[in-house]
Design a protein around this ligand. Structure first.
Ligand code: ADP
Length: 397
C-alpha cells in the first residue's frame, strides 16, 4: 500500500497540453498549467503553484518537449513531481466510440483502440493519444487511466442516439449520436441534487455547458437521456468557432456551387463558424465589447447564440416532462449573466423564473439564481473536469 495520494491529470490537445496535479480526496488543485502553441515558433507555458504564476516563452518542438517542460516547471516552482506522491495519471480522451464508456486502465491494446477511434474524432483522439504515449514514457511505473468525454452518454435511449438515415450505412460507419463534455455534464448533474438537498434519483436536470465548445444535456435521475452533440462535437448549440445545428443540405450546396471540398468544409465548420464566423471574434468577452460599441454583426451573433440556447431548453423541458433544475456551467455559463437571463426570459409559464439581482450578483461558487417563486431551480455550478478525471483515476488505486 503506497502513501501516494495525488493524481496528475493531462488533457492533451492538438497544439496544447493542460495539466493539473490534484488531490482527489481533499478535492484540491495543487498546481497546474497550460503548454500552448506546441510546434509553433511562439510556444508558451504558464504554470501556477501556491498562488504564484510562472511563464516561459519560446518554441516547444512537440508534445514530449511540452510535457518535459511542464515537469521542469514543477521542479522550478519548488514541487518536484518525483516527490509529489503521484498515484496515477488521468487522461482526458474525447471519443470512446462504442468501445469505452467507463474510465479505463490504459494498456497497449487500449491505446491502440483509442488511436483507431480517431476516424470518429480526427481532431481530438490523435493528440489525446500522443499525450498518453509521452506520459507513459515519462511515468512508466504509474497506472494511466483514460476518462472518456462520451462515457456519460452511453445511456442515451436509442430514440435519442439514432440518426434517421439508412440503417446499414449508419451501422457500417458507426454513425450515431455519442455526445461529448460528458465528464462535465456528469459532474454538474451530480452537484445539483447535493446543492438543492434532493434525492439524486428523483432529480431531473438540464445542464448547459457553455465554454468555447458548448453542449446541453437532459439528465433524468442521474442518467443522461439526451444531449446536443452528436457523432462529433459539431452538433447542437452555437459555439466559439463551430456552428452547431445546420441543414446538412448546406454542405451539399457549398460543395456544388462554391466548389468546397472536404478540407474546406472542415475548416468552415470547425474554425470559421459560430460566434467567430458571424462576428469575427470567438471570445465572449470580446463579443460583449463589440456589442457595447454598437457592432451589428456582434449583436446578431449574440442573438443567434441565445435563440439556439432557448430552443434547446424548451426541447429538453419537453424531453424530461418534469424539470427540477437548470444548471449553467463553463466559461460563458458561469460568467455571462446576460446569457443566462436572456436565454430563460419569459418562461414563467413553464415554471422558470430567473431572479435578476441573484443572477447579477458577483460570485464564483455554486449558487441558485432563480426566484423563490420559480418551480424550476436555476443554478450556476462551476464545472471541474480535472477533479472529476482525477477522482475517476483515483478509484483504480
Ligand atoms: P473551454 O471550452 O476552452 O474549456 P471555457 O469553459 O474556459 O472554455 O470557456 C471559454 C469561454 O468563456 C470564452 O468564450 C470566454 O470568453 C468565456 N468567458 C470567460 N470568462 C468570462 C466572463 N467573465 N464573461 C463572459 N465570458 C467569459
Amino acid at each position: 500500500m503506497s502513501s501516494n495520494k495525488t493524481v496528475l491529470v493531462i488533457n492533451s490537445g492538438s497544439s496544447s497540453i493542460k495539466y493539473q496535479l490534484v488531490d482527489p480526496v481533499g478535492e484540491a488543485e495543487i498546481a497546474g498549467g497550460l503548454v500552448e502553441q506546441i510546434g509553433e515558433p511562439d510556444g508558451r507555458i504558464v504554470h501556477e503553484f501556491e498562488g504564484r504564476r510562472y511563464e516561459l516563452v519560446g518554441p516547444i518542438a512537440d508534445h514530449a518537449a511540452g510535457l518535459r517542460l511542464a515537469y521542469d516547471m514543477f521542479a522550478d516552482s519548488g514541487l518536484n513531481l518525483d516527490d509529489a506522491g503521484i498515484a496515477a495519471v488521468g487522461h482526458r480522451v474525447v471519443h470512446g466510440g462504442t468501445s469505452f464508456h467507463e474510465p479505463t486502465l490504459i494498456t497497449g491494446e487500449v491505446l491502440a483502440e483509442i488511436v483507431r477511434l480517431s476516424e470518429l474524432a480526427p481532431l481530438h483522439n490523435p493528440p489525446n493519444a500522443i499525450g498518453i504515449e509521452v506520459a507513459r514514457e515519462h511515468f512508466p511505473d504509474l497506472p494511466h487511466v483514460a476518462v472518456f468525454d462520451t462515457g456519460f452518454f452511453r445511456s442515451l435511449p436509442e430514440a435519442a442516439a439514432t440518426y434517421a438515415i439508412d440503417r446499414e450505412v449508419a451501422a457500417a460507419y458507426g454513425v450515431r449520436r455519442y455526445g461529448f463534455h460528458g465528464t462535465s455534464h456528469e459532474y454538474v448533474s451530480r452537484q445539483v441534487p447535493q446543492l438543492l438537498g434532493r434525492e439524486p434519483a428523483e432529480t431531473n436536470t438540464i445542464v448547459l455547458h457553455l465554454g468555447n465548445g458548448a453542449s446541453a444535456s437532459a439528465v433524468r435521475g442521474g442518467v443522461a437521456v439526451e444531449t446536443s452533440m452528436g457523432l462529433t462535437p459539431l452538433e447542437g448549440l452555437v459555439m466559439g468557432t463551430r456552428p452547431g445545428d445546420l441543414d446538412p443540405g448546406i454542405l451539399l450546396h457549398l460543395h456544388r456551387t462554391a466548389g468546397m471540398n472536404v478540407e474546406d468544409l472542415d475548416v468552415l465548420l470547425n474554425r470559421r463558424s459560430g460566434l467567430k464566423g458571424m462576428s469575427g471574434v470567438n471570445d465572449f468577452r470580446e463579443l460583449g465589447r463589440l456589442r457595447a460599441e454598437g457592432d451589428a454583426a456582434a449583436q446578431l451573433a449574440y442573438e443567434v447564440y441565445v435563440h439556439r440556447l432557448r430552443k434547446y431548453v424548451g426541447a429538453y423541458l419537453a424531453v424530461l416532462g418534469r424539470v427540477d433544475a437548470i444548471a449553467f456551467t463553463a466559461g460563458v455559463g458561469e460568467n455571462a449573466a446576460d446569457v443566462r437571463e436572456d436565454a430563460l426570459a419569459g418562461l414563467e409559464r413553464l415554471g422558470v423564473a430567473v431572479d435578476a439581482a441573484r443572477n447579477r450578483a458577483p460570485g464564483r461558487g455554486a449558487r441558485v439564481i432563480s426566484a423563490e417563486s420559480s418551480e424550476v431551480s436555476v443554478l450556476v455550478v462551476p464545472t471541474n473536469e480535472e477533479l472529476a478525471i482525477a477522482q475517476a483515476a483515483w478509484r483504480f488505486v
